[in-house]
Design a protein around this ligand. Structure first.
Ligand code: GLY
Ligand code: MN
Ligand code: MN
Length: 367
């Protein structure tokens, strides 16, 4: 944890700021935090807090729901309590004062994460000169440390187990929601604390919709089912896997078999090409060129993959940052044909000096 903090502290002068304020809040319908930068820097995994990092201080401002967790999880951060009935901005001002900052001190905020309304309140209330910053912590999160990779490896191992259990119980007549329930329940059973996104189960014609909304459709023998799911595991690290399977009782069509084999070969070609230093666009191109060559280019309608970590779609500078050692990326080509069906096969890969290590070892479909 300390190393991360030190790296951020070293980045502050370059950004011409004396400190950085990070705010985490409950996201939408769930109590999941909406800013994993706070977890990454401090270890605090609760949903509501404001963190202040300066060259020599790290403070966390929280209300009574989180005082105990701040002490346990964010040991290197000084806790500033928001007492019941008091304003959050009052406690942030207390933190700014403890850090020796004044109204003239330039203090950064994460402009890409702070709602406009909160920014207006901070402008009015905080005793600091606020400066917009972007991506300071995201930049640190791009390449994973050994400990993070170990957690991702464990998350993917558990998720692969979930796949094997679910594919074994799939029967015609079950609904997409039945399958999603089995996935979600088994993710929990194998250690997940949450889903990293809502599980996608897309059957028959629905498999041609890349992000289908899982529903009550009943599975029929021989048709494809795209299952795309992942868990958030202890420590906050996410898995993200897709397997396309065929409902037992009837053989899949020759067309679906052809598409499946093309997607799998594209997935494997991209994995082989993933080496330290490759740019995302070139990694993507390997799978895209292969599918294009096979005549299905226009049916591969999304990117090859994304960075994975504390978020299923982890921050990464796709344009400028190479996929160096420690980058963790998904490899998820797909072909989606309206009226025919779709196939997506997704693995999570970590870039190593030797190339790419596959973390999602769940088997592929055997015809
Ligand atoms: N369904 C989310 C993803 O695989 O990226
Ligand atoms: Mn996925
Ligand atoms: Mn993905």
């Amino acid at each position: 944890m300390n190393k991360r903090l030190k790296r951020l502290q070293a980045a502050l002068p370059k950004a011409k700021i004396k400190g950085l304020l990070l705010r985490v809040n409950e996201s939408g319908q769930s109590t999941q935090p909406n800013n994993q930068n706070v977890l990454y820097l401090s270890g605090f995994g609760g949903s509501t807090a404001v963190v202040l990092v300066t060259a020599d201080k790290a403070l966390i401002v929280a209300d009574a729901r989180y005082w105990a967790r701040c002490k346990i999880e964010a040991k290197q951060f000084e806790l500033v309590k928001i007492e019941r009935g008091n304003k959050v901005s009052g406690a942030i001002n207390q933190a700014l004062a403890i850090a020796g900052l004044t109204a003239k001190s330039k203090v950064g905020f994460e402009s890409h994460r702070l709602p406009h309304q909160i920014w207006q309140d901070w402008q009015k209330d905080l005793k600091a000169t606020l400066v917009a910053t972007t991506g300071l912590v995201e930049e640190l999160r791009q390449y994973k440390e050994a400990g993070e990779i170990a957690q991702l490896r464990a998350a993917c191992k558990a998720t692969s187990k979930v796949y094997e259990e679910v594919v074994a119980l799939m029967q015609p007549g079950m609904t997409e929601n039945d399958i999603a329930f089995e996935i979600d329940m088994r993710l929990r059973k194998h250690g997940a604390v949450d889903n990293s996104f809502s599980s996608i189960v897309a059957s028959g014609p629905n498999s041609a919709i890349p992000h289908h909304a899982t529903g009550e459709r009943k599975l029929k023998s021989g048709e494809p089912v795209v299952m795309d799911f992942g868990g958030v595991f202890c420590g906050g690290y996410c898995s993200d896997i897709t397997r396309t399977v065929f409902v037992p009782g009837k053989a899949p069509t020759a067309k679906m078999k052809e598409i499946y084999n093309i997607v799998l070969a594209a997935n494997q070609a991209a994995r082989k090409a993933l080496k330290p230093g490759i740019m995302y666009r070139d990694y993507d191109k390997v799978a895209r060129d292969y599918i294009q060559e096979k005549g299905y280019g226009k049916y591969f309608s999304h990117g090859l993959g994304h960075s994975l970590g504390l978020e299923a779609h982890d921050p990464f500078d796709y344009e400028h940052a190479p996929l160096d050692v420690g980058a963790v990326f998904t490899d998820e080509p797909g072909i989606y044909i309206d009226g025919v069906g779709g196939v997506r096969i997704e693995d999570d890969l970590v870039v190593t000096t030797a190339g790419a290590e596959r973390l999602t070892m769940a088997p592929y479909w055997k015809f």
